[in-house]
Design a protein around this ligand. Structure first.
Ligand code: 5GP
Length: 139
């Protein structure tokens, strides 16, 4: 069973496609948070960012880079929030990697990444050193 985004890419269900190339596509979100809310996807199905091969990741970033100014200009936005919900625990509902480009406007009342969770945690220096070391050795 293919994802809803694969069905959009295949033209099996309608969407307002705003950009397409060999590897990627972009279309308006059906439940927009702002005018111009756009989703960018790889045409191949990968569930998470971690699953996307290097060459597709480059194509995906190139499309995001191209679409951000196109979206901002189209709706005269002051800025954009650009985000991936990467995994179910992070709120990802469609298991097909997608980047949200959400136009932002002065005074729109929306938050930034810190408001996703709402409270900051306290970590001491030892904990921070250990976590940084783990990430560094995994990278
Ligand atoms: P997620 O929560 O997985 O990061 O976001 C999925 C997004 O896909 C949501 O913003 C939702 O509005 C959008 N979406 C879900 N189904 C459809 C659809 O059939 N067409 C379009 N254009 N967007 C959809």
């Amino acid at each position: 069973m293919s994802t809803i985004f694969s069905q959009i890419v295949e033209g099996e269900i309608p969407a307002r496609i705003v950009y397409e190339d060999e590897a990627t596509a972009a279309f308006l979100d059906a439940n927009p948070l702002a005018p111009g809310h756009t989703l960018v996807v790889p045409k191949e199905e990968y569930e998470r960012l971690n699953d996307v091969p290097d060459d597709v990741a480059q194509d995906l970033y190139a499309t995001i880079h191209r679409l951000v100014p196109a979206v901002e200009d189209a709706v005269d936005a002051d800025a954009t929030s650009v985000a991936f919900n990467n995994g179910e625990a992070a709120g990802q509902e469609v298991p097909h990697v997608h980047c949200h480009i959400v136009p932002r406007f002065e005074g729109d009342g929306g938050g930034n990444t810190h408001t996703m969770i709402g409270k900051q945690i306290d970590l001491d220096d030892d904990e921070l050193d250990e976590i940084a070391g783990e990430i560094e050795s995994n990278a």
